[in-house]
Design a protein around this ligand. Sequence first.
Ligand SMILES: *Cc1c(COP(=O)(O)O)cnc(C)c1O
Length: 223
Amino acid sequence: MLQLANTSIQARLEGIQAAMAMACQRADRPTMPTLIAVSKRQPLDRIEALLALGHRHFGENQVQEAQEKWPELKQRYPDIVLHLIGPLQSNKVKQAVALFDVIHTIDREKIVDALVQETKQQPLHYLMQVNIGEEEQKAGIAPQQAETLWQYAASKGLLLSGLMAIPPAGEAPGPYFALLAQSAQRLATHELSMGMSDDFESAIRFGATYIRVGTALFGERNA
Ligand SMILES: *Cc1c(COP(=O)(O)O)cnc(C)c1O
């Protein structure tokens, strides 16, 4: 974990970007992943500080919380790209589609159906969440069912562009990142949303194209 506790948002952002560049260089990767600033339960002034620095990719894990802060910010900064990285309930699909640009958490047929209904006019960018550690309490489709759901979405005209996962807490994440990358390869897709504050450098080594960083960038969240 980057030790940036008492530094400004700008210093944190620069520290993370430098660590990202280093990880890419070590992995012999020509392109940097996209850094998603995970702004859930963060005070608005920290978000504003990042916007003022030109950062535009943000992630939220709850539709309702996102609705409270982002409509106004998106009006002021039309090039914001907002990512939904938490579970999506079917009764929130309409609101989610109106606000978010990328949904990382497609994990069942019912959500595919609801999205197909809602997004005929305005297609978004979608990733499928895989429960890569097969943990009971975690969202995401079981790894063995990923291909079936992928094909189901394709058959309904919902184009998925990659996979997202959160490895089990307290274990070395590398093997899980590798598994997700293998699944993506089998599905012939290349977007990989993986890696958080503690493990984004490892995720980059395994091919992450999106990393989702909260506390290392903003500091601790509100309870
Ligand atoms: C909160 C959250 C993150 C960011 O976690 P940090 O440890 O604060 O970087 C990343 N991904 C998801 C899905 C999250 O819910």
